[in-house]
Design a protein around this ligand. Structure first.
Ligand SMILES: C[S@@+](CC[C@H](N)C(=O)[O-])C[C@H]1O[C@@H](n2cnc3c(N)ncnc32)[C@H](O)[C@@H]1O
Length: 276
């Protein structure tokens, strides 16, 4: 068990320096992460670790990376994107034939360095071509990690992380520049990357439109406290348009009121629909 006073001081410090609200993360998760850093940095205890943080900006960054974990990849959990490509994206496009607007709105919440929203943009673009549709795609992609957001905005990736992308899509949607890959501008143009802390901000300013066709929030809230998860699921529910879809991480479970309000359309891929 970590010393409670030292833990509180550390939370206050991180709130001030990183604008990170650790009160919304599960205690055992924070403890595991902090204990790992305490042992890696060879300090005696949490108070010693806090003293180190105040003098060492690099350690502050390392801790932030350890707490927010921004691991991601293109086409992460391929089966989920296959389901989206096969069932959900065509259904969304079809729904626009009946409705009055031809704008498709997507929110990637916790987008890390951009691979998830770029994957979605590629799949929608492919579907538009296949179905001969000229819809407008607007993707809002948000994250708490400013460095990841900068990388995402640049759309530039090292070649070793492009493995998940099918070859024909890699050629079509990226330019090879030296040893790196650059997302083509027409793909970048439909994504708006923005800072948003899901623990403290209801997203009204950056993802305010309550009319999303698709909200994807995967592998982000897994470490959040249960009450916050329920609040977030309801927030997503409210931001979806009727018949819109929510996708959560493969190891996550829907909870709270949203569980009864959203229909489970693909249980194994954690895809839900707002049918009412
Ligand atoms: C493991 S990545 C998931 C990326 C992507 N959704 C995926 O599944 O590949 C988790 C992301 O959630 C972000 N995150 C963590 N806490 C957050 C918060 N309070 N508000 C918004 N984003 C947060 C992290 O910065 C990180 O980029």
């Amino acid at each position: 068990m970590l010393d409670e006073i030292a833990l509180n001081n550390l939370k206050i410090y991180l709130r001030k320096r990183l604008d990170l609200n650790l009160n919304q993360y599960k205690d055992n998760y924070i403890e595991r992460r902090l204990n790992a850093r305490i042992s890696m940095t060879h300090v005696d205890n949490l108070a010693g670790y806090l003293a180190l943080l105040t003098k060492d900006p690099e350690e502050l960054n390392t801790l932030k990376d350890n707490l927010t974990i921004n691991v991601t990849e293109f086409f992460r959990n391929m089966e989920t994107f296959e389901a989206l490509n096969r069932d959900i994206i065509p259904a969304i496009i079809k729904s626009k034939e009946i409705g009055s607007s031809n704008t498709i709105r997507v929110w990637s919440a916790g987008c890390s360095s951009g691979q998830e929203p770029y994957t979605l943009a590629i799949l929608f673009s492919e579907a538009f071509k296949k179905l001969r549709k000229k819809h407008r795609l607007v993707i809002i992609a948000t994250d708490i990690d400013k460095k990841s957001l900068e990388n995402a905005k640049s759309g530039r990736y090292e070649s070793n992380i492009m493995e998940g992308i099918p070859k024909h899509l890699l050629i079509k949607y990226f330019d090879k520049i030296g040893g790196e890959y650059q997302v083509k501008p027409f793909v970048q143009d439909c994504i708006n990357f923005k800072y948003l802390d899901l623990t403290s901000d209801d997203g009204s300013n950056v993802a305010g439109i309550p009319a999303y066709d698709l909200i994807v929030c995967r592998n982000v809230i897994i470490y959040f406290k249960d009450e916050l998860k329920k609040t977030l699921f309801m927030r997503f529910y409210k931001k979806l348009r009727k018949n819109g879809y929510l996708v959560i991480g493969k190891n996550e479970a829907l909870s709270g009121d949203a569980k009864t309000l959203l229909e489970d359309v693909n249980p194994s891929e954690r895809i839900y629909q707002k049918t009412r």
